[in-house]
Design a protein around this ligand. Structure first.
Ligand SMILES: C=CC1=C(C)c2cc3[nH]c(cc4nc(cc5[nH]c(cc1n2)c(C)c5CCC(=O)O)C(CCC(=O)O)=C4C)c(C)c3C=C
Ligand code: FE2
Length: 478
């Protein structure tokens, strides 16, 4: 057991989670939240996430109109009779009783499926208090600011999505991964329903949870499709889950196990090393290729002020992959840089674009880009890496360029995720309901909310239409 505390800002909701860290390359499940929220204070990871101001607020549902799905409160809880799994961690199939209905919930970011979806998708993203972290006195500005930034950012984002065919491939790939994980588990005699819950676009996490309730799932494994934990990704998705679960009698009793991060799993590390080895062979002189890991960045303050483990986990992840490559007698040089920064703040360094230019100056001639923070192709691999960074690298003097594909449905990887699910099953425990301490409840008052929203909107409107401010914003933010 390992104790850590993650603080994402104010106001905060305390979520206690039991975290079982498995040693490097043990081949066992990664970092698992076995008990979740507000239980068993001793020997647990204490994860402190911000209370969600969006809880009671209307949600931008984009081109499809209407409001975001809200989970119905009236649900008849299934009869208890849940048969607990063996307490041994094993990748062997485990006996599953007829009453047991296992669900696997894959969490992912979601992406706009058409260009029309881009601005509302961006609104959802920037309205997330785990993406734009405002100090408490300014939190009433979250949604107006999200509106402003999404409108300003949309043209640039649309260009990117247009360049990759007019939308994000994320939903299709995640659905394929869901099916592959279901099949891989079936091969181990573990019958599961797999659900996909996206954070910022369809199918939203709330929709997946609604289906889980309809299907009367009796045990749930939550698997975020991010190898490394960040407050902005897994943390944000778990906060949404926590908000849904603590308000629902059935869900708060459902045994749940959360796999918080899994970059350290042997199957993942080996699958990444396989892909790298294969791509290296495509170069005329494979030994001379620089392996260039490019991770999605986060603002520096996440790591330095909020205690986001993302940077440490990323460095650890690269170490493990390189160690695996060395064990296969692949001794190439490597480097790690961070891409996709947005806005005027400092992000994790070094920045991918700057490092590419430096490497060119230093005389590096061959480079293999390895996207490492995500397991599907998406706008940042297909557009940012394959188009923008490739062009920049070639302009900077790099002559040979390659890119490792995202893992997608690579069978060794899918099998490993299926193993992670099996290993996580025994530790599933019910989430205790919060009885609403001052720290945990949002003091929601519709009148105050309306006033704040109105004031914030006026402020955002003034900012947007003041030419000087508009230019400043555009230059700095976008
Ligand atoms: C581990 C992966 C990711 C982290 C960490 C992350 C943090 C983060 N992202 C933004 C802003 C944007 N992200 C956007 C798209 C996007 N982000 C990730 C992954 C991580 N983000 C993915 C996989 C995608 C692509 C989804 C797709 O449609 O294919 C976008 C939209 C695209 C764009 O305009 O560039 C924004 C904006 C922030 C601010 C942040 C951390 C605080
Ligand atoms: Fe992102």
């Amino acid at each position: 057991m390992e104790a850590a505390s993650i603080r994402t800002g104010l106001p905060q909701t305390r979520i206690s989670v039991a975290s079982r860290k498995i040693s490097r390359l043990s081949g066992k499940v990664g970092s698992v939240t076995s008990v979740s929220f507000l239980e068993n204070q001793s020997a647990q990871t204490s994860l402190v996430l911000r209370a969600s101001p969006e809880k009671a607020a209307p949600f931008h549902s984009g081109a499809r109109g209407g409001r975001r799905n809200v989970v119905a409160q009236s649900f008849t809880a299934p009869s208890p009779g849940v048969c607990p799994f063996d307490q041994t961690s094993s990748t062997q199939s485990q006996s599953q009783t007829a009453e047991e209905k296992i669900g696997v919930l894959l969490l992912n970011l979601g992406g706009p499926e058409t260009l029309h979806d881009v601005q509302p998708f961006l609104f959802n993203l920037f309205a997330d208090p785990d993406i734009i972290r405002l100090p408490r006195p300014f939190q009433f500005l979250q949604k107006p600011l999200a509106q402003l930034i999404s409108v300003l950012r949309a043209p640039k984002s649309k260009e990117g999505y247009a360049a990759i065919g007019g939308g994000s491939p994320l939903r299709k790939i995640t659905d394929e991964q869901a099916l592959a994980i279901k099949d891989a588990l079936q091969e181990k005699d573990v019958t599961v329903n797999v659900y996909v819950g996206m954070r910022y676009w369809y199918p939203f996490t709330e929709e997946a949870i609604q289906q889980i309730k309809k299907d009367r799932i009796t045990r749930l494994v939550v698997l975020p499709l991010y190898p490394q934990f960040s407050i902005s990704t897994t943390g944000s998705s778990l906060r949404v889950l926590q908000n849904i679960f603590r308000e629902d009698a059935y869900l708060s009793r459902l045994p749940v196990s959360v796999i918080e991060s899994w970059y350290q799993r042997q199957g993942y590390v080996k699958s990444m090393a396989d892909l790298i080895e294969r791509e290296l062979q495509k170069f005329s002189k494979p030994d001379e290729v620089m392996i260039f890991f490019s991770a999605h960045g986060v603002p520096m303050s996440y790591v330095e002020e909020a205690g986001d483990p993302y940077k440490d986990q990323m460095e650890d992840c690269i170490f493990l992959i390189m160690q695996e490559l060395k064990a296969r007698a692949v001794y190439n040089d490597h480097t790690l840089a961070y891409q996709s920064r947005v806005g005027p703040v400092q992000w994790l360094k070094p920045y991918t674009d700057e490092v590419l230019v430096e490497l060119g100056k230093k005389g590096v001639k061959s480079l293999l880009a390895v996207p490492v923070s995500f397991v599907s192709e998406h706008i940042e691999t297909l557009e940012e890496i394959d188009m923008e960074y490739r062009e920049l690298a070639l302009e900077s003097g790099i002559e040979s360029w390659g890119r490792v594909p995202a893992l997608g449905c690579t069978s060794s990887f899918i099998t490993d995720l299926a193993d992670a699910v099996v290993e996580a099953l025994p530790s599933a425990k019910a989430i205790a309901t919060s009885s609403g301490s001052a720290e945990e409840t949002d003091d929601y008052d519709p009148f105050r909310y309306a006033i704040k929203l109105l004031f914030g909107s006026v402020l955002a409107f003034v900012l947007l239409f003041s030419p000087k401010m508009f230019r400043a914003f555009r230059n700095q933010l976008l």
